[in-house]
Design a protein around this ligand. Structure first.
Ligand code: IVH
Length: 721
């Protein structure tokens, strides 16, 4: 924010500027809330508010009744703008053992049709334990920086990333490094151990909470709404990948890393090009022994097929590339005491046993809870309350109990009896038996369905969560509170809240009053006799909440499907379904159709169990009715058509005979990535049969059904080489 330094302002100038700022900020709030169309970045907005606050501090008598500083919780606490990644930011498959790594290389070779002993160059890189970011450069200038988010859409944290000195604001060009017009660089923001320790010392001194580990503190630091806070923290960045790029300056991963270095990025100095499994594993062990002395956290090693043309051929499975994997370091372990076992009931009714532990630090994080999975697992471990147990924690994974130490078992420790009733609604909790196999499910589920409050609340929480409706300000506690007070039972009720702001406001005020009473009681003070005062702050909270709900009345089909909380349907499956049906009407029609299950199963990535779960969901009248009530509030946007349409999209293709230029697996993956459906047998519905030498009955079937037959070369020509 430019303008005269605050300490140089005259009183008249200050008055004028406060007037201008009040109007300006109000206008930005209106654009943001009412139109969802902010005109300035969060950073610029924050600067306006800071300027306003600074002037008010110097001229307290000039504070206006309509000052933006009275409006706590307005945009300043709002979040970052969303950024849709030009290319999705993917995740990596994991390998935990040498065998897993050998299997990864085997898979790569098989896919590419290479011999078992044929050499394939692999780039091995330390796996930095920070948070990934994408930096977009246009004509060499940094124009945008974003978090990974869900991989498709992240948050705009440009202002914060600009403060990191490892991130060039302008790329270096040289004779050996011609800059691509557009370059999205991906890498990891991390904090060194030294910076982490210094930051925590400072936090402690200022009476602020300390961070659990360098990764959390790096994440917390880049997600500050005020970039000056980020600037005060020492962060670093390693570049290791790219997103959209107008022109590839190299043909290999190793070559690309070299170019990224030329452009001015830090590239991890330990990366190594390997040619055999032995070299790859040696790299892993070397790094593992050096791990503690690196000065920053890594949680494994990443292997990437070096040649980019091979990467391109290998492509992706769901959200991870076939050409890379992460070889994780073993999880860290610690000993502690199992103090209790509690049962949590999830949205699908699953009774999940949670171990309450004596707090213990594992890999720099204090662990209080661990998952016990299910009753069989408790029996297998023979875990009893009071037992000393070994727990382990790997990266983001929820801590687990690995084993019990029987020698340390106290006398009288009794085996745990798993409940056969839901602890919330009292309904029977059963282990369903699979009709086909006759085997009981590992999970015990509450049969209470709609009458079970735990399931209702968990479903609602899932509905508003980040991958679903992502309603800002409506978190778990508020859902529980509104459910308790009878305001929420099903998703449609969330939108109905916008018609009763008074009621919402009352519930919140009463809740706040109760909390402060409890606090006073805990501090041993007398209760305050006055009635709960409705504060301005409450109004603002309610106003923001109403606006946040209102904004989500327009929602993408994929998010809607995910939010429904159908068993086995997560974000990826929801997206597959949405891409297939495109519009809500087509989707609903599809679910009513007789062949609903078949159609779902025909989608790449959706199997029998998932298709059945979806059909079961739509087979329940109450689900359909609840969805109808919800849809009355919504404007569901259609899924965009795939960016490129290919000559084979929507066609059904059958491969037969020997393919000579690629393996069957690669041919299938390629065809599917171009929008074709690959079938195993020829019927009247088949569009193309690709026949190599040795083709037999399928070729005959093709002739019988009058289906177009292509040889491998003609097929390759059709799909563009
Ligand atoms: S490559 C398509 N290289 O690991 C693959 N990732 O589990 C893109 N990470 O989200 C990632 N060091 O945050 C790659 N040398 C490295 C990495 C690395 C750390 C992180 C990154 C990614 C996650 C995947």
């Amino acid at each position: 924010m430019t303008g005269k330094p605050v300490d140089k302002l005259s009183s008249a100038e200050a008055e004028k500027e406060l007037d201008r700022l009040a109007r300006e900020i109000a206008e930005h709030d209106r654009r943001y809330y009412a139109e969802d169309r902010p005109a300035i970045s969060d950073a610029e907005y924050d600067a306006l508010r800071r300027r306003n606050a600074a002037i008010e501090e110097r001229f307290p008598l000039l504070v206006r009744p309509d000052s933006p500083s009275h409006r706590i919780g307005a945009k300043a606490s709002a979040k970052f703008a969303k950024v849709v990644h030009a290319r999705p930011m993917l995740s990596l498959d994991n390998a935990f053992s040498d065998e897993d790594v050998a299997e990864f290389l085997g898979r790569v070779r098989r896919f590419l049709g290479m011999k078992d002993d044929e050499e394939i160059a692999i780039m091995a890189e330390p796996k930095i334990d920070g948070l990934s970011a994408s930096l977009r450069y246009e004509k060499g200038l940094l124009v945008q920086g974003a978090t990974r988010g869900d991989g498709q859409e992240g948050e705009d944290i440009t202002a914060n990333l600009r403060t990191i000195s490892d991130i060039p604001l302008r790329l270096k060009a040289s004779r050996s490094a011609v800059l691509p017009e557009i370059l999205e660089v991906r890498g990891e923001v991390y904090m060194t151990h030294k910076a982490f320790d210094a930051l925590n010392k400072r936090q402690e001194k200022d009476g602020k909470p300390v961070y659990a580990n360098p990764r959390n503190s790096a994440a917390g630091s880049v997600r500050q709404l005020d970039p000056s806070i980020t600037a005060g923290r020492t962060l670093n960045f390693f570049a290791y990948a790219w997103g959209e790029i107008s022109e590839l300056p190299a043909k290999t991963q190793s070559g690309m890393l070299e170019k990224l270095g030329d452009y001015g990025f830090m590239v991890n100095p330990l990366v190594k090009r390997c040619e055999t499994l032995e070299q790859v594993l040696k790299f892993y062990r070397d790094i593992e022994t050096r791990r503690a002395r690196l000065g920053y956290d890594i949680d494994g090693v990443v292997y990437k097929v070096d040649r980019l043309d091979l990467q391109e051929r290998l492509g992706f499975v769901s959200r991870s590339p076939r050409w890379a994997t992460a070889h994780k370091f073993p999880a860290e372990q610690a000993e502690t005491v199992l103090e209790d076992i509690e049962i949590q009931v999830g949205r699908t009714g699953k009774l999940a046993p949670v171990a309450r532990l004596k707090p213990v630090t594992v890999g720099g994080v204090v662990v209080r809870n661990a998952t016990l999975h299910n009753e069989d697992e408790i029996a297998r471990l023979d875990a009893r309350i009071g037992d000393t147990v070994v727990i382990q924690r790997a990266g983001d994974v929820i801590p687990q109990i690995v084993r019990v130490i029987p020698e340390k078992r106290p006398r009288g420790a009794r085996p745990y009896k798993f409940p056969d009733k839901c602890p919330i609604c009292g309904s029977h909790a059963v282990r369903e038996v699979d009709e086909k196999t006759g085997k009981a499910d590992v999970d015990r589920r509450c049969t209470g369905g709609l009458i079970c409050d735990a399931q209702t609340v968990e479903r609602l929480k899932y509905f508003v969560a980040r991958d679903g409706f992502d309603i800002e300000g409506l978190g778990g506690t508020m859902i529980e509170l509104f459910h308790d007070k009878g305001l929420l039972k099903e998703p449609a009720d969330i939108f109905a809240l916008t018609e009763k702001p008074e009621k919402v406001s009352k519930v919140l005020a009463a809740h706040r009053a109760q909390l402060s009473e409890e606090r006073r009681a805990a501090e041993g003070k007398d209760p305050v006799k006055t009635k709960a005062k409705k504060e301005d702050r409450e109004d603002k909270v309610v106003e923001n909440l109403m606006a946040a709900i209102e904004r989500r009345r327009t929602i993408g089909l994929d998010r809607l499907i995910n939010a429904l909380g159908i068993r086995h349907v997560g974000e990826t499956t929801a997206r597959l379904i949405a891409r297939h049906y495109r519009t809500i009407d087509a989707f609903l029609d599809g679910m009513k159709a007789e062949n609903a299950r078949e159609e779902l199963e025909s989608l790449e990535g959706i199997g029998g169990t998932v298709a059945e779960a979806i059909c079961d969901f739509f087979g329940e009248k109450h689900n359909v009715k609840a969805l109808d009530r919800l849809l009355a509030w919504l404007d569901v946007t259609a899924m965009a058509a795939p960016a490129k349409s290919s000559p084979v999209s929507g066609k059904t293709v059958v491969f037969t005979g020997t393919l000579e230029k690629m393996t069957r697996q690669e041919a299938k993956a390629r065809a599917e990535s171009l929008g074709a459906k690959v079938a195993g047998s020829v019927s009247a519905k088949t569009d193309i049969v690709v026949a190599g030498p040795g083709a037999g009955s399928k070729l005959k079937d093709a002739q019988k059904h009058n289906v177009q037959v292509l040889d491998e070369d003609a097929w390759l020509k059709l799909i563009g080489g």
